[in-house]
Design a protein around this ligand. Structure first.
Ligand SMILES: NC(=O)c1ccc[n+]([C@@H]2O[C@H](COP(=O)([O-])OP(=O)(O)OC[C@H]3O[C@@H](n4cnc5c(N)ncnc54)[C@H](O)[C@@H]3O)[C@@H](O)[C@H]2O)c1
Length: 444
């Protein structure tokens, strides 16, 4: 279906319907439903509730709905107090009954978009959420997709499912795409002060979605259609993926040349224009950087185009955990020991600092590979109490001194660097956390 079909002149009843919804959005009197209450959906639901909207949170996980209904939370950035306060104020209700979604004026979809084993996009969650909506859809609803996906998904995949019951997108219901940019654990930027990109299927959809987000978010950036908004998100994460890969490749080169790459990058950063620093690390993790570029390369291939940068970046970033394992093997060797039977303590399993998310974390292949080499692997992570039945080890002079090698993978703020430096026998530092010339520290 072409965009034009969604910009058709509206009949007077439809015009009045959308004007009435716009008025209710402006007065924060619209009911907003969020489908998928994870790292993205729950903070968003709370933002609308705090602003005074009546919010329905819908999820297929009974456990999550139970926790929320009891005034609890499972997302670090959303305190249980907030959920409890919003629930008590009657502004937030968690449900796993799809029928409740019929009450909503606007429905925002925040379900996962992972990759299948062969790195193909897995859109099954978007499909099932769309089918859930199709089952309750009524005239006058605004449906917004937030899940990261390849350009064309909103129009080619979601719209046909929504229209399967006979209602027409563009006249009976409005549809938009607005990518989520939340950065879990970021103390500076949250839902309200991170600009929101919005692309509607037609002018009315774009204006309504922009008004809705504008009620809770400081700045809304409108684009012509869902495709530009879908692409914007993939550009952002592909940009990071490729630049991190470049930093990783430069680190490997610098290592061979005996150059401190961290100092060199910081020196390059003193240029006030035309440069933006990216840093090497043990690999990329999380639900975004390692996944999203594959959505773009998959779609590019389907259209007969290459995505060479993305594939190269993937190869380099994917190889970093193996490089870290080699560093650990060498570091242990230098102490005159073999990696088989060596005690290796990993600091940080989460994919980035100060969060508890293990998805795609490079720490996991490092853990597995070291164990395969015969090392006795333990870990310490204040955000991850257990992994594969093993408990996080407390960081004490004894646990540090007991390890043949301590590997800093994730630089959580709470780590006592002085304690680690004082008691560890050998440190492999993948984040330049220990800015020291101490020979027991081997820096990536
Ligand atoms: N996590 C991030 O930092 C981040 C940042 C920006 C964008 N995104 C994107 O946002 C989307 C959501 O990611 P997330 O990290 O919040 O995922 P998540 O796994 O934390 O949460 C997703 C939630 O959706 C629920 N769900 C799954 N299928 C459902 C269905 N059919 N109906 C209702 N609920 C359903 C799950 O039970 C879960 O609670 C993804 O597309 C992701 O790429 C994530």
């Amino acid at each position: 279906m072409a965009d034009g079909e969604h910009t058709m002149a509206l009949d007077p009843t439809a015009t009045a319907r959308w004007a009435e919804l716009a008025t209710r959005i402006d007065a924060a009197q619209a009911t907003v439903a969020v489908i998928g209450l994870g790292y993205v959906g729950l903070p968003l639901a709370m933002a609308f509730a705090r602003r005074g909207f009546s919010v329905l949170g819908y999820d297929v996980s009974e456990g999550r709905i139970g926790t929320l209904a009891g005034g609890g939370s499972y997302i670090l950035d959303v305190p249980a107090d907030t959920v409890a306060a919003m629930t008590e104020a009657g502004r937030f209700r968690a449900t796993d009954h799809p029928a409740a979604l019929r009450e909503a004026d606007a429905i925002i979809i925040c379900v996962p978009t992972p990759c299948q084993r062969n790195r193909q996009p897995d859109l099954s969650f978007i499909e099932s959420a769309s089918r859930t909506i199709a089952g309750i859809l009524r005239r006058g609803q605004l449906i917004i997709l937030e899940s990261t996906t390849y350009p064309g998904t909103t129009q080619e995949l979601m719209v046909p499912i929504l229209e399967s019951g006979g209602l027409q997108v563009g006249s009976d219901v409005q549809v938009a795409f607005s990518p989520e940019r939340i950065d879990p654990g970021n103390p500076q930027f949250g839902v309200e002060n991170t600009p929101k990109v919005v692309g509607g299927l037609g002018e009315t959809a774009g204006a309504l979605a922009a008004a809705l987000y504008g009620a809770v978010i400081e700045r809304v950036v409108r684009v012509d259609s869902p495709r530009e908004a879908e692409m914007a998100k993939l550009i952002e994460n592909t940009f990071r993926h490729v630049n991190i890969a470049l930093a990783n490749e430069l680190a490997l080169i610098a290592n061979k040349m005996g150059i401190n790459i961290w100092q060199a990058i910081d020196a390059a950063s003193s240029k006030p224009f035309g440069f933006m620093p990216f840093y090497p690390g043990p690999g990329v993790g999380g639900h975004c950087i390692p996944i999203d570029p594959h959505y773009l390369s998959w779609k590019a291939r389907e259209m007969g185009s290459d995505a060479s940068f993305i594939e190269l970046a993937e190869r380099i970033n994917h190889g970093m955990p193996e490089h870290v394992v080699r560093m650990v093997v060498d570091a242990v060797n230098e102490t005159g020991k073999s990696i088989r039977g060596a005690q290796v303590l990993l600091l940080g399993l989460a994919y980035k600092k100060d969060i508890d998310d293990l998805r795609e974390s490079p720490a996991l292949p490092i853990f597995d590979e070291l164990a395969k080499h015969g090392a006795v692997v333990s870990f310490s992570d204040p955000f991850v109490p257990t992994y594969r039945g093993r408990a996080s080890v407390p960081l004490t002079p004894d646990t540090l001194a007991a390890a043949d090698c301590v590997v800093l993978i994730t630089d959580h703020t709470g780590y006592d660097k002085a304690l680690i430096l004082a008691h560890a026998r050998r440190i492999v530092d993948t984040r330049n956390a220990f800015k020291t010339a101490d020979p027991k520290v081997v820096r990536l």
